[in-house]
Design a protein around this ligand. Sequence first.
Ligand SMILES: [Ca+2]
Length: 255
Amino acid sequence: MKTLAVLGVLFVAVAAQADIFDDVQYWVGSGSQEALLVLDWKDGKAPESLVWGYRYDGVKTAEDMLRAVAGTGYLQDPVTQVPVENLSGADPRVFAVFDQYGFGNAIFGLGYDLDGDGGSFTPTGGPSDPDDHYLDGWLTAGYWSMWVAEAAPGDAWGDVDMKVSQWGMGDVPLGTDLQHQAWDWEQGVLLDTYTVAANVVGFSFDTDFSTFDYPPQPGDEPGTPSPATGLVLVPEPATAVLLALGLAVAASRRR
Ligand SMILES: [Ca+2]
């Protein structure tokens, strides 16, 4: 009987591992704690929503997680747009611009090299490659809304209840109980209060800020994400050969 009981425990443990954390292909950081980052551009370019995994120890915030992922971009002065710090996370395909405010840092723009063939991003200008994701805004023309969820072992994406966060990304410690409130700012009415130990943090682009359509409406939350891969395309073999031949010819002519 003891053997059967042990087998039962093992079976439960194995079954519980099949969840959204198993879907992740690209993990950054190291440590015994795990959290997920979801970015959803909602721009019609598939996949619109992507997920990265983040491993850490100690107390880390949603901003720490996004910084660990964003391979390029910078923190800027929101008035002058002068960069004050470069971002240097793990995924070279992710671009982020944060605005530095007295209350903390906020996302201004997020970009992603969606087809993996490169491309640059210009705040308020868009992506150089029309196949890539890029959206920005704050106060006008939309904004990056922030969402939190507490996923349990075994949860599929359909089980993850994303709630709007009233806090800034630097104020949300991962995996720690924190009370969030959803306000109708226009009416000054508190709509909902919930406590979430966020191990899933999502950012989705909401075009409604200019009309004070807040809190974000159902459907504004990040959608079921595809796993980010971090893979960067290398030039086609034929292109690489031609490039090498060209360099060889150029080198021989110099002699
Ligand atoms: Ca691209």
